[in-house]
Design a protein around this ligand. Sequence first.
Ligand SMILES: Cc1ncc(COP(=O)(O)O)c(C=O)c1O
Length: 409
Amino acid sequence: MNSRRQFLAASASALMTSHAMGANPKAYPYTEFEQRIARKDFRGMTKDVLPTPCMVVDIDLFEKNLRTMASYAKSAPIQLRPHVKVHKSVDIAKRQMALGAIGITAATIAESELMSNAGIKGVLWTKQPASANNLLRAIALTRKDPTFMFVVDDHAVASNVEEAAAAAKVKARVAVSVYAGLTRQGIANGKPALELTQKVASSPHISFEGFMAYSGYASHTKGWTERRKKTQEDLAGVNETVALCKQAGLPVKIVSGGSTGTYNMDHEFGLTELECGSYVFMDSLYKHVGGKTNDEIYTDFDSSLSIITTVDSKHHSGQVTTDYGNKAMAQTTDIVKGKDWLQVDKQGAEYGLLRWKDGGNEIKVGDRVEIYCSNLDMSTNSYDRYYIAKGNDIVDVWPIMGRSGAAQR
Ligand SMILES: Cc1ncc(COP(=O)(O)O)c(C=O)c1O
């Protein structure tokens, strides 16, 4: 039999035997595969049968990351309100809560609604409701879930919040967003922050909770000592603001901020809670910020998320085409798991590229390669589910929710 006929015969026999799965995991026809996912029947399902490109979470490494952060927070001591923008998964947020998180942090009103509607208390939305749409939604969520909290860094927005909260007869929980080295948001520390805080704290339909101060440049500063220096510098102004407010008799309940890169220094510089996100999966760029014990590679958290891609074509020396293309968020800074001679490159919407100088004979059409992505937020936003793997076995599937799209804005 020629190879095409062999392939067709194998596919036909796979279809016929698919309902008696277990023996040959490659024999899933796609319709049955989806039905099995829907009823969470993962018997005999392995990474080898997954449609690619797809996201896979190594459950052991993932749980280790969660435990490491949770136990650090308990011992530091500092509270943990993990950022969900990186995973957009209710399943993961619930696991973070079960390990002691006081709530979750969200980047969009849609993420906040998603998490709160799933029963998660203590959601902090880190953007102010500048549009009428977001203001209405923030107030509606406050009415439904009084533990929901959001930020303001602007007098006009604070006035709008007071007015909308008064009209809805609710008390909105608000933290003032203050500058912490990142120019994208946060009112200037000192007098401007004090004045906004006084306005917020004296608004009858607002409950002033404290401050949000995210020092995003510090997070990615290379080398632990340099990072600690930058964190101290970036949070110095925030601490002045906190002191001024306390002197003025304004109770500051929280100072929220921090990141995966700075989690083990933030409590020294005045933060009362951490908004770390990436630690659950770790991306390939973050791995290079260096840690306390290793200035080159950040080993505190493991890369628990990978993307599986299939080699689709091989005709030219030093390269193969994969299905990990631009729509799958391929980046040249991605890392190929266990094959450091392969370099990720871009080729087209649905076409990815792997290049090499030596060792290319080892890779052939149909091979599967695992990739660590460079930017978790962007990548997870492009996939609809995590396949949860224990070794090579699939043990669960968690949806990735609240992704970009009209309903999410
Ligand atoms: C407001 C806010 N807090 C915290 C973080 C920290 O996240 P990570 O732990 O992924 O660095 C981010 C990341 O972008 C953020 O935007």
